[in-house]
Design a protein around this ligand. Structure first.
Ligand SMILES: [Mn+2]
Length: 361
């Protein structure tokens, strides 16, 4: 695996490339052209300029998160072909710049959803948290406005005001999109882009839905092992893969995370590792990466990734906000840096003990 950190780009991120470079073991960033709306073409010279900026700090672009999918593609409108054409050209431009991993998601209207962006933890840090009762009792437009107002002035990924200023119209456009239809539209999109991915060696890594169930009655399709394997089979190319995200799949306690990793061997192209703490009333909040701070055994998760020979980029995911940092919720420097060191430590321990055992045999 290759340790990375997500970076939103200059002017959008409170964290600098120099700071990222100084986290031991981090070799690259997962970045994006944040100024582009979904559906727009990314020109090669813009990608090249971004790459030069990253490489000037001795880091690499280990992948893109995300090249977002236009709603017309998810809805299945006739105009989707024009947006798919732009997506293909963007992939070609990324491929020409040597970028080989693209993360995306296929969630309608909202990206990841949390009901509290700064819930105090037992240790005085704040974290993102989720309570289904809040989602059930609020109008989607009000929900968006609240999320936007509580993001410390940062535009959060998937919550762009340009798009989500029109929540009502978006809901109307999705009203006939069932889970089956959404799945068919995903397959249509993947079949269209696969020849380009194969030509340039670009791994597509779909991000699971977060949380892993329908919110605001919108369908969600990348939620569990069965659905993920169904998607792999529908477009059976090694370039059609997954972002294994512990925090998203782990929202549903029925998901056995190490088992999903093993079932997806060869098709996991990117990994997000974070811990959640689940509560008996069905709510959950994000935790420090350390196993004993949350509900997941992070050793078992990293061990499963090691076992399947995972060699793609990995990154710590949403961190707690600690030490008075002012940042985009979930994306501060300090706790993600601690997460990166912790995951690196787990990996080194697993790798060396495995090698030691092998030598003893
Ligand atoms: Mn994730």
């Amino acid at each position: 695996m290759k340790m990375t950190l997500r970076w939103f780009g200059e002017g959008y991120d409170s964290v600098t490339l120099r700071q990222i470079r100084q986290i031991p073991g981090v070799v690259g960033v997962i970045t994006t052209l944040y100024n582009h709306q979904a559906g727009e073409l990314w020109e090669r010279d813009e990608i090249h300029a971004l790459r030069e900026k990253v490489e000037a700090e001795a880091l690499e672009i280990s992948g893109i998160e995300s090249v977002n999918i236009h709603d017309d593609i998810k809805i299945g409108l006739p105009s989707r072909d024009k947006y798919i054409e732009n997506y293909i050209k963007t992939l070609e431009n990324l491929g020409e710049e040597g970028i080989k991993m693209v993360c995306y998601n296929f969630m309608p209207v909202f990206d990841w959803t949390r009901t509290n962006l700064a819930k105090p933890r037992h240790d005085g840090s704040t974290v993102l948290a989720y309570d289904q009762k809040v989602v059930d009792s609020i109008d989607p437009q009000v929900f968006f406005n609240q999320t936007d107002a509580n993001s410390n002035g940062f535009v959060m990924p998937g919550w762009e005001p340009e798009r989500l200023g029109h929540v009502k119209e978006l809901f109307e456009a999705y009203k006939d999109v069932t889970a089956d239809k959404l799945f068919d539209n995903l397959v249509y999109f993947l079949k269209a882009i696969m020849p380009t991915c194969e030509k340039y060696g670009i791994n597509m890594a779909i991000h699971p839905d977060d949380p892993a169930w329908p919110v605001f009655d919108l369908p969600r399709i990348i939620t569990n092992q069965e659905n993920i394997l169904k998607m792999f089979k529908a477009v059976d190319s090694p370039y059609n893969g997954l972002t294994f995200c512990t925090g998203s799949l782990g929202t549903d306690l029925k998901n056995d995370l190490p088992s999903i990793i093993r079932a997806c061997k060869g098709r996991i192209h990117f990994a997000h590792v974070r811990n959640l703490q689940h509560f008996p009333d069905g709510t959950f909040e994000e935790a420090a990466h350390l196993s004993r701070d949350g509900s997941f055994d992070m050793y078992e998760i990293v061990n499963a990734l090691y076992d399947i020979g995972f060699d793609g980029p990995i990154r710590p995911d949403h961190g707690r906000t600690v030490w008075g940092e002012v940042c985009m919720p979930g994306y501060g420097l300090y706790d993600r840096a601690m997460g990166a060191c912790y995951i690196n430590g787990l990996w080194e321990g697993i790798e060396k003990s495995t090698q030691r055992k092998a030598n003893l045999l």
